[in-house]
Design a protein around this ligand. Structure first.
Ligand code: PMV
Length: 317
């Protein structure tokens, strides 16, 4: 049996993070410049059921039965095999690598899960529909943080722009006029689960205020969605700035994020905000395509560890 290779992209949330956990819509798009990969090689001389996990970036090389059940990689392998009703798969090594920075709002956890789920199902000759891939990755997301909205696994499994509302059918959409986003990494890792938990605690004691903020963010996502599908991209900058000021009100920005966001705006970005869980990780700035290099350079000067320029478009365009 030959080696099997699967990959999954990173993602950014354009609008609606955090509010999406409370039932508001969010807009997320894949970022194909970064990706997670899973390569499965058969180990014909080993016993069926033996799986070696080789994840060099987290210094992990071990037979899966020697690892705790709640290890996210073990969990996703186990969940996938159970879903596929395979008890003793042919022995294999799963090598996992990723260029998506960990704990930085680019969907690294969900992308790794999805690459593994696809690689295992392909290895076993089973074609899993995208919604099942997404649902399996959602189970693994719960290990990363208790109350995930499901936006990360959805946008990464479909690999396409998504207008996402919790407990609603997934809504993919076309982008008639592509637009350019510069992503800037603060280099500070922040665990989404911790930030989501903190927001929940504050929500519990400031219910009215937080619900008002979440509905305002939801309104921005709805407006931004209309702007995107009507090709009025310039308006998105305004919505991004408004979304960022609401994210600051729920205390999920950070001095480093604010510094990059301010630098991008001063350099002529049409709008900017944090993306993902916040308190670190990445920010995004909307820019004219011919300004993207300048904004990326300014972000670097302002302390960004890394920048990515990405064109947001329909996959087939
Ligand atoms: O930090 P990320 O990339 O996992 O994005 C989290 C987005 C949140 O809305 C904060 C949480 C969620 O489950 O949607």
């Amino acid at each position: 049996m030959p080696a099997i290779f699967s990959k999954a992209p990173g993602k950014i949330i354009l609008f609606g993070e955090h509010a999406v956990v409370y039932g508001q819509p969010a807009i997320a798009v894949p970022v194909h410049q970064v990706q997670a990969k899973a390569v499965i090689t058969p180990n014909p001389l080993s016993e069926p059921g033996e799986i070696i996990i080789d994840a060099p970036q987290v210094n992990l090389l071990a037979e899966w039965s020697s690892l705790p059940e709640n290890n996210p990689l073990v969990f996703v392998i186990h969940t996938t095999l159970t879903h596929l009703r395979v008890v003793r798969p042919p022995a294999m090594t799963i090598r996992v690598t990723s260029t998506i920075p960990i704990a930085s709002g680019l969907g690294s956890g969900a992308a790794v899960s999805i690459a593994i789920i696809r690689a295992i199902s392909n290895y076993l000759g089973i074609q899993l529909p995208v919604d099942e891939v997404s649902a399996l990755a959602y189970e693994a997301e719960k290990i990363h943080h208790g109350h995930p909205s499901g936006v990360d696994n959805t946008v990464i499994a479909y690999g396409a722009p998504v207008y996402f509302e919790k407990n609603h059918p997934c809504q993919l959409f076309d982008i008639p006029v592509p637009f350019t986003i510069v992503i800037g990494d603060t280099g500070i890792s922040a665990v989404t689960g911790d930030v989501v938990k903190d927001v929940r605690q504050k929500w519990e004691v400031n219910l009215d205020e937080y619900n008002r903020i979440f509905s305002s963010i939801g309104e921005i996502s709805r407006n931004a969605y209309q702007s995107i599908i009507q090709g009025e991209n310039r308006r998105l900058g305004e919505w991004m700035d408004e979304n960022q000021s609401l994210l600051k009100k729920i205390d999920v920005s950070s001095p480093e994020l604010d510094q990059l966001i301010d630098a991008a705006r001063r350099a002529g970005a049409l709008g900017a905000k944090l993306s993902g869980g916040g308190r670190g990780g990445n920010m995004i700035a909307l820019t004219e395509p011919d300004q993207a290099d300048t904004i990326a350079a300014v972000l670097k000067q302002a302390g960004a560890r890394n920048t990515i320029i990405t064109e947001i478009k329909t996959i087939s365009s």
